[in-house]
Write a protein that binds this ligand. Sequence first.
Ligand SMILES: Nc1ncnc2c1ncn2[C@@H]1O[C@H](COP(=O)(O)OP(=O)(O)OP(=O)(O)O)[C@@H](O)[C@H]1O
Ligand SMILES: [Mg+2]
Length: 176
Amino acid sequence: MMEDIASHIMDIVMNSVTAKAKNISVTIDKDPGANTLALAISDDGVGMDRETAQKVQDPFFSTKTGRKVGLGIPLLKGTAETTGGSFALQSERGMGTLIRAVFDAGHPDLPPLGNLKDTFLVLIVSHPDVDFTFRYRVHGKDFLLATKELKNELGDVPVNHPEVIGFLTKYLDEQM
Ligand SMILES: Nc1ncnc2c1ncn2[C@@H]1O[C@H](COP(=O)(O)OP(=O)(O)OP(=O)(O)O)[C@@H](O)[C@H]1O
Ligand SMILES: [Mg+2]
């Protein structure tokens, strides 16, 4: 099992980056009424055909060469199912992929959220060509960051410019 939800997000989003996604969306929703934590990650990358989408949920499959085991997806699925939650993967070739994991927020095996701020920051600045949408609705907070809007504001200044990184760090600290 991975230490925290943020590590799962990093892994699943890196799959989307590898799949050449230009738009990646991450939503974390904690529903205090139903006591669930829902994570959804969608992308517009190359997608998978039906057979591959099934296979990748099995820990003994990977398309990466030189190694036989892909673990990102099975680990997230395992964590969700261990906490009495659910896991779903929808994908279509040429369209993209949607992964949704629901955890029982009260389950003792639920990993902590981890450092979401740094995870988002690292993803944004290390993939300046990808547009990210991060939405975080937990503990009465509703945080939304769309890098497309940010990039429009920035004009010619790159999103990984040191001053922008400083701004983003502060913004995430204050708003999330
Ligand atoms: N968003 C996606 N779009 C297209 N294909 C994907 C996507 N996510 C996963 N895949 C396919 O599923 C495979 C398994 O993914 P998984 O994260 O489980 O393992 P991995 O990325 O191969 O290895 P690891 O995550 O352990 O480094 C990937 O190799 C890739 O072929
Ligand atoms: Mg992976």
